[in-house]
Design a protein around this ligand. Sequence first.
Ligand code: GLY
Length: 424
Amino acid sequence: MKILVVGNGGREHALAWKLSNDSTKPELFCTPGNAGTAELGTNLTFGATDLDGIKQWCIENQPGLVVIGPEAPLCAGMADVLEAEGFRVFGPNQAAAELEGSKKFAKEIMKAAGVPTSAYETFTHPDEACAYVRERGAPIVIKADGLAAGKGVTVAETVGQAEIAIRNALEGSAFGNAGSRVVIEDFLMGEEASILALIDGENVVMLASSQDHKRIFEKDEGPNTGGMGAYSPASIVTESVLKKVKTEVYDRMLTELKKRGITYKGVLYAGLMIDNGQPSVVEFNCRFGDPEIQAILARWDGDMLPAINALIDGTLSEDLIQWKDEHSVCVVMVAGGYPGDYGKGDEIQNLGKANAVDDTVVFHAGTALDDDRVVTAGGRVLGITSLGTDLPDALSKAYIAVETISFKNAFYRNDIGHREIKRL
Ligand code: GLY
């Protein structure tokens, strides 16, 4: 069977890796892919949001499955377009993907559903937004309403910072159309964790817990990034937290979505803040987390295709997914300067040696092929992912591999998993 994976990041390389190792040995295509996916199958040249190009390729090549990785094509309705042509698609339809496409919509659904989340208001006028912030005080969170490639959130420590963020979004062009409305939320205390769930429209199966590290610098300092590393499982997510996430978050969301005539089929990512054992939702994403999925897939025992097929067929159940007892970690290597400006086209060395480290896979994110050289092509370049008997064991393997790899201005955090290590 032919499988097409849409996207070109670390998430898509990890998905392509897992699917290409399936016991049914599918033929893998990725569009546009990266240097890592090129080793697993064929990279196509369509951009991830080229709905017409991808639809035409599907009509001509009849893949048995299309896995849509990133939020942009999902929010643009790629699943709807391909399903209308009769293709089996993994990824929610456009109406469901709006949970990530509009922060305002996600908050409205959460509020109506009674899902625990912070108080909020939405604004299109900067003076009204600033007045609200002055009344509410800091810290406070300013979010661009639409998709902003992971850059639309400001956690403002002071009212002044909040006002700058508001004016940048509503008066400047910091986020284009995505920032023409802002959602202003109360700051939530606690520790973050990610729970991703597969949903077939009716049944919810939560995946192994994980924790991302969003800030660029160690000790969680500096600006937010797409994610600098993740580990799984995250012990902050206890059995009791998991039960609450299922009943208070996923079940309530599904009931509310159904009430509005929206069917959710795909993965729904709940970014959580956990305070004293009580989870609250910080954000929803309509796709797998990156780098969370690299760490999660390393622990997925056996084939992933049966779960994906069951999700599409509406027969999803817990017994389709087993987890390895081992712990996993993904350490992200970025191009120096990220999440600001960074260089591209720098040769990456020793990938083979790093891949040879025990229980380790080097997932490519921002990489490209330049003749036979692998070069940097994005801010997040690689996600070095290792399994170990415990988190310290996984970390020691991952960092051996990280230190083996070199490219100009490579940068990574040395403290991935620091909260869990402290707990140990
Ligand atoms: N790692 C955060 C995200 O995927 O949105």
